[in-house]
Design a protein around this ligand. Structure first.
Ligand code: FPP
Length: 247
């Protein structure tokens, strides 16, 4: 679905140097739980409990798009109990958060596949997206059953199915067939828990994203951590493959 990108919101506290789009790999829930002698799912629950505050802080900073990596195509390979726990958690989070997000004018988007997940979760996701579709505030894009390679293959298939000849296939055409074509590329990708890889997240869109990692586990990623990430982003000089002006 292609929709118009809303104008940048004019929040009183918005930071003019803030990234327009932040994508987050919320890693370390399992280690957070393990260090406390808790089951892994308690870590995922704690991670979910951390969401609203981080989103509110990013919204206040004037970030227009936040994409969260909630469940990857590779996460199906985890033990069934953890997969089911994550699916149940997503369903609970939708139930708990959508009213509040809607009140805050947040537009919820989904990227990924909906046909492998339980029908009740797929329906709740579609319903949350539909209910908040005309909201004009921050776009919250939830990557659930999402994989970057799957997204690219799907885009290429759609282009071919539309009868486009090989020499007419362009980057723009691929982009137009991604899950959320109107969402700009992430300016900043944050990964918690110290890992330094993309793990098949937004691999097309990340071509020129700034990458930031912190040792903090996702449930501990608090406002101080958010501020550090935003400050680090401001120090980066983005060149997109060109030379800086003074060279
Ligand atoms: C990675 O931590 C995290 C996940 C696979 C799931 C992320 C989900 C949430 C934060 C909660 C739900 C979010 C939404 C939007 C509904 P890990 O399990 O790989 O941690 P580890 O590397 O320490 O084991």
């Amino acid at each position: 679905m292609t929709r118009a990108v809303p104008e940048r919101s004019a929040s009183l506290h918005a930071d003019p140097g803030a990234p327009r789009h932040i994508a987050i790999i919320m890693d370390g829930n399992g280690r957070w739980a393990n260090e406390r002698g808790l089951p892994r799912l308690a870590g995922h629950r704690a991670g979910a409990d951390n969401l609203q505050r981080v989103l509110q802080t990013l919204d206040s900073a004037g970030v227009e798009f936040v994409t969260l990596f909630a469940f990857s195509t590779e996460n199906w390979n985890r033990p069934t109990s953890e997969v089911n726990g994550l699916l149940d958690l997503m369903q609970s989070v939708i139930g708990e958060c959508v009213d509040e997000l809607h009140k805050r004018n947040v537009c919820i988007r989904h990227l990924g596949e909906l046909d492998q997940i339980p029908a009740s979760l797929a329906d709740a996701t579609r319903e949350a997206v539909k209910r908040t579709a005309s909201n004009t505030g921050m776009n919250l894009c939830v990557a659930f059953d999402y994989g970057g390679r799957t997204e690219i293959v799907r885009a290429v298939r759609r282009v071919i199915a539309a009868g486009v000849a090989p020499h007419d296939i362009t980057e723009d055409l691929i982009r137009e067939n991604l899950y959320l074509p109107d969402v700009p590329d992430p300016d900043l990708i944050i990964r918690t828990a110290g890992e330094q890889r993309l793990s098949n997240f937004l691999i097309w869109q990340a071509a020129y994203s700034e990458y930031y990692q912190t040792p903090a586990y996702w449930p501990d990623f608090d406002d101080v951590e958010v501020e550090r990430a935003l400050n680090e982003y401001k120090r980066r000089r983005r060149r997109f493959g060109a030379l800086p002006e003074e060279d």
